[in-house]
Every structure is written in C-alpha cells, then in structure tokens.
Design a protein around this ligand. Structure first.
Ligand SMILES: Nc1ncnc2c1ncn2[C@@H]1O[C@H](COP(=O)(O)OP(=O)(O)O)[C@@H](O)[C@H]1O
Ligand SMILES: [Mg+2]
Length: 320
C-alpha cells in the first residue's frame, strides 16, 4: 500500500434510512489517494459515488448516516471531528465541486461576493484585506477575466460558471479537491477545456484530486489511478494502465468492453439486467446476478477487496 496517502478510507458504510429500510449506498469501501495523485472514481448512476464524496466532507444529509468506518485525511479521522473542527477543515484542507455545482451559484449575488463569502467563512474577517485583488487573481488562475468578478451567474456561460466553481474549490489551497462530475452538464469541447483547467490548478497548488465520473474514456486521459464502484461496493482499484490492459473484475471487463474504440471498431457491449436495488441488495457479491462468471459462493459470500498483484485490488471470488 502507498504509505504517503493524503486520504485513506477504511471500511466505510453509509446508509440512508427510509420507511422501507436502510438503503446501503456505500458498503465496505476501502481506498487511498496519494499525494498529488489524480484518482478517478467511476461507476453507473446510483452506485454511491456522490454519497462517498459527501461522506468525506461530512456533508451527508438526513436520512443519511455514516454507520461505520474511518476517513483519514493525513491521519486525521474526519468522522470523529465535531461540527466546528469540520468547518475549519472543509475548503481549507479538502474541498468539493459538488455535482451540479454551477446551478448551486446564487443567482442574485455577484461572483465576487460569492467567492468572498466562501473565503471569509473559512478564514475569518482578517481575510478582508486585499480580498478583491485575491478574487480577481483566482478568476485569472481558472482562465476567466477580471471583470467576471462583477457579473451575475446568468451573465456567464456554463463553462464559465463551472470555472467559478473551480476557483472557489481552490481558493483556500486544499490538499484534496473532490470534483463530482464537474463537466457532465457541458458540451464535449468545453468539457475538455474546463477539465484541463482543473488539472492545471490542481498541479499548481500541489493538491490531490478525486474526479468522479461515469465516462471511463474521459477519465483514462486524466487520472493516474481508477476505482470502479458497483452497487455501493468498490470492486476494483489500480492504475489506469492496468485497468485498461488487464481488467480483472467481470464488471470492469464489461465497462472496458463498452468504451467505444475507433481502433477495434467493436460495437459497445451492453450489460444485461438492472443495477441492484440498494434497499435490498442481492446477497453475496452484489454483482452476481449480472455476472457471466459467477460461482456458487458468489451467491452467498461477499468478496472482500483483495490485493491480487502489487497495487491491483479486486473484490471478486475468482481471484481468491
Ligand atoms: N436522500 C436519500 N434517501 C434515500 N436514498 C438515497 C438518498 N440519496 C441517495 N440515495 C440512494 O443512495 C444510492 C447512491 O446514490 P449516489 O451516491 O447519489 O450515487 P451516484 O453519485 O453514484 O449516482 C442510490 O441508490 C440512491 O438512490
Ligand atoms: Mg452522483
């Protein structure tokens, strides 16, 4: 295991309590993110990506609850912090570009006031000195012009709004930035440009980045390592190269098979069946009902995440 991890998640379980029972949105997740690393977090809609991100920031809302696990940010267990300690940690040490971030900008506030709010909330009133200059510098860092500071969200394009969200996430130079599908609402060209900006600023401040998305092809060009999530479980984690050249988990193999490739001209393969209902997940391996290689034990025993080769982790009975 990488010892110089900025983030280490051990045995995380997050449930949403509903009248029908507990939705097991995150079930036994283990992962680590290295210093300066770009880490991709992939899986189909509803598999628990956003819940994991919100858990890291201690922003899970009722009826959600972290029921077990540790989230260590440079050794500090965020799960145990009180509200005030977490407020000081958020944005300063770990920041989030939330899913649908650009629609979360306040429509009746100028951009500079929104960024100022974020900075003042976390640094206190002493940050007022030189604040306007600092905000304009931040905007320039993310590729916007200084006059954008005076504008309202409706005067900006989608790509520009997303850059404002990137600016807010880096304002306090956190060690870890989590970007939850930061470009999924943008068209393909703008997607690339905004992602490029995100990478540039991440490298400039020396932060680690968790990039959440469902597009394996896009992720492969950006991140160093990938974690694949299915039905609340982390099923595989390795370098992009290993995931693409030698995917081990049957679900990852399907995902890789469904990335369109101009070289092979193969048509994407669609996985039969439905994603699991996390209210009543299947017993054993959560993927077994859709798995072509399922063994008898897969129906009853949950496969733990296991290091099958150096730095290649898989949760599958085929490799035990
Ligand atoms: N407030 C909630 N109440 C009940 N279930 C929820 C709530 N929020 C999310 N979930 C469920 O948790 C699971 C994971 O959701 P989410 O983390 O948003 O997935 P992703 O980001 O991968 O699409 C889904 O099955 C979703 O329906
Ligand atoms: Mg999500």
């Amino acid at each position: 295991m990488n010892t110089d991890a900025v983030l280490r998640i051990n045995n995380l379980h997050v449930h949403y309590q509903t009248p029908q029972g507990a939705v097991k949105a995150v079930d036994e997740v283990n992962l680590f993110v290295g210093r300066g690393e770009r880490f991709g977090f992939v899986g189909e809609s509803g598999c628990g990506k956003t819940t994991t991100a919100l858990a890291i920031l201690q922003m899970i809302q009722y009826p959600g609850k972290i029921v077990a696990g540790e989230i260590l940010l440079e050794g500090k267990n965020l799960v145990e912090l009180n509200a005030e300690e977490m407020r000081r940690t958020r944005w300063r040490e770990v920041s989030l570009i939330p899913q649908g971030a650009m629609s979360s900008l306040n429509p009746v506030m100028r951009i500079k006031d929104q960024i100022a709010d974020a900075i003042l909330t976390h640094e206190g009133r002493s940050a007022r000195t030189g604040l306007n200059q600092r905000i304009e510098d931040l905007l320039v860092t993310v590729g916007l012009q200084r006059p954008v500071a005076q504008m309202f969200p409706h005067e900006l394009s989608g790509g520009m709004k997303q850059r404002v969200c990137v600016a807010m996430a880096i304002a306090l130079k956190p060690k870890l930035i989590i970007a939850d599908e930061p470009t999924s609402a943008l068209d393909v060209v703008v997607q690339r440009i905004v992602t490029q900006t995100l990478i540039e600023v991440q490298e400039r401040i020396g932060a680690s980045l968790i990039l959440i998305g469902h597009d394996m092809g896009l992720q492969a060009q950006i991140v160093h390592r990938l974690a694949i999530m299915y039905g609340g479980h982390l099923v595989e984690m390795a370098t992009v190269k290993k995931i693409f050249q030698a995917p081990q988990h049957p679900y990852t193999q399907v995902l890789i098979g469904s990335v369109p490739s101009p070289k092979t001209k193969k048509s994407p393969f669609a996985l039969p069946g439905l994603p699991p209902a996390l209210l009543n997940p299947p017993p054993g391996c959560v993927f077994h009902p859709r798995c072509a290689k399922a063994l008898e034990m897969c129906r009853t025993q949950v496969p733990p995440l296991h290091e099958i080769q150096a730095a290649h982790f898989v949760a599958c009975h085929l490799y035990r």
